[in-house]
Design a protein around this ligand. Structure first.
Ligand code: ARG
Length: 466
């Protein structure tokens, strides 16, 4: 028996219709959640006297065996079944006979699939949090090692002001920290159990929805049965969160691709995380970063797909909602792989500190500091800005840096220059004097790293217990 609903039909389903309608090809990955949900439901049916305790025990042990057999590979999930729910129920009936036919009492596939997807999404979201935690740890470790690795900071992809690698990486730490918070929020909102909502209007059986919610580790049952079977908000919310994570990974990837280019040479990717070219022997390509950047579009697409599927649906369940699975699974799989591979890639990357430093020295990143120097000497900022602008123009013509000019050359631009200008515009001074909260000066960076560490340890503890 591959279908659960043959009774009112007099004809076999058309082959093409069956293929079009079936979801087993992609929802078979929900087998664990489907069985877990059914075990909770059967236990509750028994406790409420809706089925006998013996029947409940038979159902529960039968389900446990199906799970074990699927996991061991003894039992394969055949494509002849309409969906994972039909597969499990048919298999149960085959094993235990009539008692198996009572499992679906007071339940519909509408609340069943809503539950399975929630359980699956909750599990995967928790796994994704673990991966994100590893990524945050990797970034923080690199920050700790690189508070005095100086580099240019950019605006418009033009060298702007000097900063440190720790500071640059710290920007990503903040982004992924916000992403972590979003996943927490999403998990909290999704953690209500739809089981017991029936097809849409609950049931006349005395189900104890609090009991099943508790058995399945939810904060409680949902409060409206129509909403429960129609809600896919949590998937859309998760896919939005994953899209933001991907957007952050993609920006990071884009920077690493640029830094890995022959022109920048700021980084060297580890051989294990790069590939070569079939024709150009000199090539070592940053494929992980490029794929992460590319796959970002795919996750956005999954989000758009789900939003569009849901936008015109009347209450309650509609078959359109079966279309939630492939984009949700795809986004989850993609984001999970991207986050974990990205961490591996990042932890094995070599930063060429000397190249970064030289790039900061060469690019007039100290021009703002030179102007600030004149301000301290009493020159109004707007005039100082003009003086340094002319000075930079001169240096470009001469192919020199500001600090390469002699004091007498500098004095031609402003009499306010004195011997202490060289110290004032040295790269070290330019970075280390930036000590406002959130700025790159290493004393400030160390304070911030301490705060980030404290937060990360707390977050790590909290995700371990959830
Ligand atoms: N395969 C279906 C889905 O993914 C399960 C729910 C089917 N419900 C129904 N009334 N046909 O949505």
């Amino acid at each position: 028996m591959a279908q659960l609903w043959g009774g009112r039909f007099t004809k076999q389903t058309d082959e093409a219709v069956k293929a079009f309608n079936d979801s087993i090809g992609f929802d078979k990955r929900l087998y664990r959640e489907d069985i877990e949900g059914s075990i909770a439901h059967a236990g509750m049916l028994g406790a409420q006297g809706i089925i006998t305790p013996q029947e409940a025990d038979l159902v529960i042990s039968g389900l446990g065996k199906i799970l074990a057999d699927v996991e061991s590979g003894e039992l394969t999930i055949g494509s002849e079944y309409e969906d994972i729910h039909s597969f499990v129920e048919a298999n149960l009936i085959e094993r235990i006979g009539d008692a198996g036919k009572k499992l679906h009492t007071g339940r519909s596939r509408n609340d069943q699939v809503a539950l399975d997807m929630k359980l699956y999404t909750r599990r995967k979201t928790r796994e994704i949090r673990e991966h994100l935690c590893t990524l945050l740890e990797t970034i923080l470790g690199l920050m700790e090692e690189n508070t005095d690795t100086y580099m240019p900071g950019f605006t418009h992809l033009q060298k702007a002001q000097p900063t440190s690698l720790a500071h640059h990486l710290g920007a990503y730490f903040e982004m992924f920290k916000r992403d972590a918070g979003r996943l927490d929020d999403c998990l909290e909102r999704m953690n209500y159990c739809p089981l017991g909502s029936g097809a849409l209007a609950g049931t006349t059986y005395p189900l104890d929805r609090y009991m099943t919610a508790e058995k399945l580790g939810f904060a409680g049952p949902t409060l409206n049965s129509m909403d429960s079977v129609s809600d896919r908000d949590y998937l859309i919310e998760l896919l939005s969160d994953l899209s933001l994570i991907m957007m952050h990974l993609s920006r990071f990837s884009e920077e690493l691709i640029t830094w890995n280019s022959n022109e920048y040479r700021f980084v060297e990717m580890d051989d294990a995380f790069s590939t070569g070219s079939s024709i150009m022997p000199q090539k070592k390509n940053p494929d992980i970063c490029e794929l992460v950047r590319g796959k970002t579009g795919r996750v956005y697409g999954d989000l758009m797909s789900l939003l569009t599927t849901m936008k015109g649906l009347p209450l309650a369940y509609n078959k359109d909602m079966q279309e939630d699975k492939e984009p949700a699974f795809d986004a989850i799989d993609t984001a999970e792989a991207c986050i974990s591979l990205f961490s591996g890639m990042l932890s094995t990357i070599t930063f060429r500190k000397d190249v970064m430093r030289l790039s900061a020295v060469r690019g007039f990143t100290n021009a703002t500091d030179a102007a600030d120097y004149l301000v301290v000497k009493g020159v109004p900022f707007r005039d100082a800005h003009g003086i340094i602008g002319r000075l930079v123009l001169h240096c470009i013509d001469e192919n020199k840096s500001i600090e390469d000019l002699s004091l007498s050359e500098l004095k031609q631009f402003s009499p306010a220059f004195e011997e202490d200008i060289y110290e004032a515009v040295s790269l070290r001074t330019c970075v280390e004097k930036r000590l406002t909260l959130g700025a790159p000066g290493s004393d400030m960076m160390k304070t911030v790293i301490g705060k980030e560490k404290e937060w990360l340890e707390g977050w790590h503890r909290s995700i371990k217990v959830s």
